[in-house]
Design a protein around this ligand. Sequence first.
Ligand SMILES: *Cc1c(COP(=O)(O)O)cnc(C)c1O
Length: 355
Amino acid sequence: MIHNFNAGPSILPREVFEEASVAVLNYNDTGLSILEMGHRTPEFTAIMEEARSLVKELMQLDEHHKVLFLHGGASTQFMQVPMNLLNPKDTVAFADTGVWSSKAIKEARLFGKVEIACSSKEKGYTFIPNDFAVPNDARYFHITTNNTIYGTQWKSIPQTSNVMVADMSSDILSRQLDFNSFGLIYAGAQKNMGPAGVNLVVVDERILGKLKHQIPTIMDYRYHIQEESMLNTPPVFAVYVCLLTLRWLKKMGGVAAIEKRNQEKADLLYAEIDNNELFTTSVQKHDRSLMNVCFAAKNPEHEKMFLDFTVANGVYGIKGHRLSGAFRASLYNAMPLSSVQLLVELMQTFSQSVA
Ligand SMILES: *Cc1c(COP(=O)(O)O)cnc(C)c1O
């Protein structure tokens, strides 16, 4: 058995893979593959509607917040968000907390004036800044709620008078937040809610339509809202697999229940990192991510040894990102506690064996 700690694309529930593979051969006894069905058929329209309404239910969204499934990864949103929200002379504020924030900043600069409200760059992105200065006139304040590469996470959402925009790619649907307090939330699906190839966008429609110029139709959220994510052919299979994952999440008890499980998994692993003589982490305690646990061997010679040892025991994907190095164990919603227990046991066995 493989225990998949990959950062993304990443683990999904086993039953989702099973149902998805049946649908590839014969969707719901229609005799058709999900891959060859028209997207305007009653079958697919029902899939899209249910996926949207499950997101609304699980995130407890009000009537102003619209749910969209759009093409492209989160990187497309780095461009599409400022394209929809900024006039050329507008200011936008960013929290710079890692690689993904920096990439979002780079794209926003093409559409307006960027102010960096805070940054943790100088300390290698090992913490979440707790003082930030957001200009009052900033059209929105953008944060990356979970920093996939550095393993930090905003535990509470900054309170400012500005519209909040968040990249939640790697912690979407993993914990309870007041999602209605955001103007816009986006997430590439492949970390915590489905396969690559689709984005979830939740947007408060009241923040749209304030541009003095036109933008291309396919980029304009308002047309996607109007056409209920069917402005053009949606990524049908990716949306279907998201639906299966959303159903699974609801069955598990929803966001509150999964948050409890996620906390338990992360607590177990961080406790081992803190207690085990061989391992360490540079991520500040208060800001540690529940989703991506970054850690290292104190002795660099142990790094490859431990990696080989985990691979030999069915643990897949804990090699760290090329930028942050060492190890990263991603504990997304679908990761069972038993796999985290196994990883902890391997850390213990390894430290006894080299002691
Ligand atoms: C993975 C990731 C992205 C990039 O997603 P793509 O779908 O590859 O464009 C952006 N932001 C965060 C926080 C991520 O984890």
